[in-house]
Design a protein around this ligand. Sequence first.
Ligand code: BEZ
Ligand code: FE
Length: 298
Amino acid sequence: MTQTAPHQSDAAEQQAREQAVTDEVAASFATSTSDRYREVMTSLVRHLHGFARDVRLTHAEWETAVDFLTRTGQISNGRRQEFIMLSDVLGLSMLTVGINAPASRGATESTVFGPFFVDDAPEVQLGGDIAQGAKGTPCWVSGQVRSTDGTPLAGVRIDAWEADEDGLYDTQYEGNRTAGRGWQVTGEHGEYRFWSVLPTHYPIPDDGPVGELIAAAGRDSMRPAHIHFKVTAPGHRTLITHVFVAGDEYLRNDAAFGVKDSLIAEFTEHQGGTEPDGTTRQWRQVEFDLVLAREEQP
Ligand code: BEZ
Ligand code: FE
């Protein structure tokens, strides 16, 4: 008797045993209380099991993954969201953006939300300053919020947040200082305008599990300079996006895969007055319109 036949049947038996586990678990969701829950969980089980079979997941690797996810949860809090960052660096955020915000003619493109949004940012009047002590070259940010048909969207909420010139968000400093973030309501022609600081590129936080992942992959951890926006208007898809600084050296190498060419804008340089000590003040300006797609009619 040759060795080949028993080996082949061993392999087939092993495959059948593995498939039976997957089928049994998938079937356990048949009684789900909603069709969508059943669909999502059954697919999740099939893909997750498929992944484990594909890489022949070892017990040690399974333990490493459990430890990684445990620590991802432990380091997250109201001011740090390591799970969002994990989703960002795995490209899941941009894939979800692509699925849910399909390119709509004339609308501003969407990009990642990121882990640094906070709910309790201050309201800043039109023309006010969201820097509130964030360090950096002053930057005047303005534009119009409108619908894809050109209608100005007056009285809608626009949130903005960004890192300072050291590449840090306020939430990355000790204490509870709020700086480099705020929201305002657009004026009667849909206009928004505020002072802030010129954003700079920055490394994503490397002191947690996501930093370990980036290091183990030998990847760059930089995000190109940007300001985040979230715009909410009745009857329209909420827009979550950035404006990126033209010329930034990391535009083609974003750790979160979030750059779209249409979101890159010039931050024009201006010379201001002269300080008593003879230094010349400098400031920047960017104009960036935010165009929202209408919500699909049912
Ligand atoms: C951000 O843009 O704030 C961000 C996105 C992904 C990872 C880290 C930070
Ligand atoms: Fe950011």
